[in-house]
Ligand binder design. Structure first.
Ligand SMILES: C[S@@+](CC[C@H](N)C(=O)[O-])C[C@H]1O[C@@H](n2cnc3c(N)ncnc32)[C@H](O)[C@@H]1O
Length: 383
């Protein structure tokens, strides 16, 4: 496909996504219906689509319209390219420019330039202070890809060497000792032997840092109360913890047995959690604001009503999960959110109101640290 034909494909996919279809599903459907597109075409189209979703407001401003064509025009103009050189109408290129394709020449308001919904700006400022604009600017760009080295299968140096033999260059990151940032050929990771043989897993470095901050995992009985696909459960099992995974939606845990087998660990899956544990981890559902680089749709879908729903769910999960912490044990409350409303505004009142609960160390990571934004707080239960 020519570069212009890839842009036209992105326009068509974006129109469907803007009408409400999930981006991943729409990309997959497009690839199935257009078998002539090779893997490089599909990767380039995917990047265009996600770049446009991350920068929806500023690209619409530059494109002078809010549909797929407008966003892609904004993408091209933002890169300093004259769109007339690509929007030629020849072959499979987008149709030539018309008067409806002119950019908006007004100065960009702050929320537009930072690609942030206006109602969220004050919320983010309360939580992030003077770092707000830098953070929003970084979230206009693609997130790096990180791997977790499974130390049960080999060392970090061995993982780097094995990956390099398969053309995947990586480098260590200060966020976690097990984390490697992928420098080249990230799209080859899933097919690499290092991945299929369980030496590495795909996991954000900040997610790994949450687990790295937990002392004494070796031999501990741990309940992962919101286990989802098992990312954190696997990381804790690799540190020697006896992990029980639970999730309100058991279907989300269906890959855990296979992932555990690949990693050489054992994880017990329980649809009804039972008993008391040394450590309970609650990686609760949240706005995902720390991971908007990967899932930009969440930035535009979040509403004040949704925030209210999430914060009451987070408090409820914390209270339920607390009942599974043994006296003298710990709970870790974690979100991939940058917003205080989902973080300290949940943990501080809980600790104040709950007999036997004391707040311990907390960790606030943001994309300025390199990975996703992540909050975690330890809450101790008196013996
Ligand atoms: C952020 S995800 C967990 C990600 C996972 N820990 C990982 O590292 O891959 C949050 C999970 O909480 C689950 N959840 C939602 N409500 C819940 C509840 N009331 N009790 C337990 N889990 C719940 C969701 O189904 C979802 O899988």
């Amino acid at each position: 496909m020519t570069p212009a034909a890839r842009l036209q494909a992105a326009i068509e996919i974006l129109d469907e996504v803007l009408a409400g279809k999930p981006a991943e599903q729409t990309l997959t459907n497009w690839a199935r219906a257009n078998r002539f597109a090779g893997s490089k075409d599909r990767a380039a189209i995917r990047d265009h689509v996600f770049d446009c979703l991350r920068c929806k407001r500023s690209f619409a401003h530059l494109g002078g319209r809010t549909d797929g064509r407008g966003l892609v025009l904004g993408l091209v103009r933002d890169a300093g390219t004259d769109p007339a050189t690509l929007f030629t109408g020849q072959g499979y290129a987008p149709p030539p420019l018309t008067a409806a394709d002119m950019p908006n020449t007004d100065p960009m308001p702050r929320g537009v330039a930072l690609d942030c919904p206006d109602w969220l700006l004050p919320e983010l400022e309360t939580s992030l202070g003077p770092a707000t604009d830098d953070l929003l600017r970084i979230m206009r760009h693609r997130a790096p890809v990180f791997l977790r080295v499974n130390l049960l299968r080999g060392t970090v140096a061995q993982a780097m060497e094995r990956l390099a033999q398969e053309g995947i260059e990586t480098r260590p990151t200060p966020l976690a000792a097990t984390a490697l940032q992928v420098v080249t050929n990230a799209r080859r990771v899933r097919q690499s032997r290092a991945f299929t043989e369980g030496l590495v897993e795909l996991q954000d470095a900040a997610s790994q840092a949450v687990i790295a901050a937990l002392p004494d995992l070796d031999g501990a009985h741990v309940l992962d109360y919101c286990a989802g696909g098992g990312g954190k459960a696997l990381a804790m099992a690799a540190e020697g913890a006896n992990v029980t995974a639970h999730d309100a939606d058991p279907a989300r845990m269906r890959d855990i047995p296979e992932r555990a087998k690949r990693a050489g660990v054992k994880i017990t899956v329980q649809t009804q959690p039972m008993g008391l544990f040394d450590l309970v981890v609650t990686d609760v559902p949240c706005s995902g604001s720390g991971a908007w680089r990967r899932a930009p749709h969440g930035k535009w879908a979040l509403t004040p009503e949704r925030m209210t729903h999430l914060t009451s769910l987070q408090s409820a999960i914390l209270r339920q999960a607390w009942q599974h912490v043994r006296p003298g044990g710990r709970l870790v409350y974690a979100t991939c959110s940058l917003l205080d409303a989902e973080n300290t505004a949940i943990t501080t009142p809980f600790a104040a109101e709950t007999t036997a609960a004391t707040l311990g160390a907390a960790q606030h990571l943001t994309p300025l640290d390199g990975g996703d934004g992540f909050f975690s707080a330890i809450i101790h239960k008196a013996s």
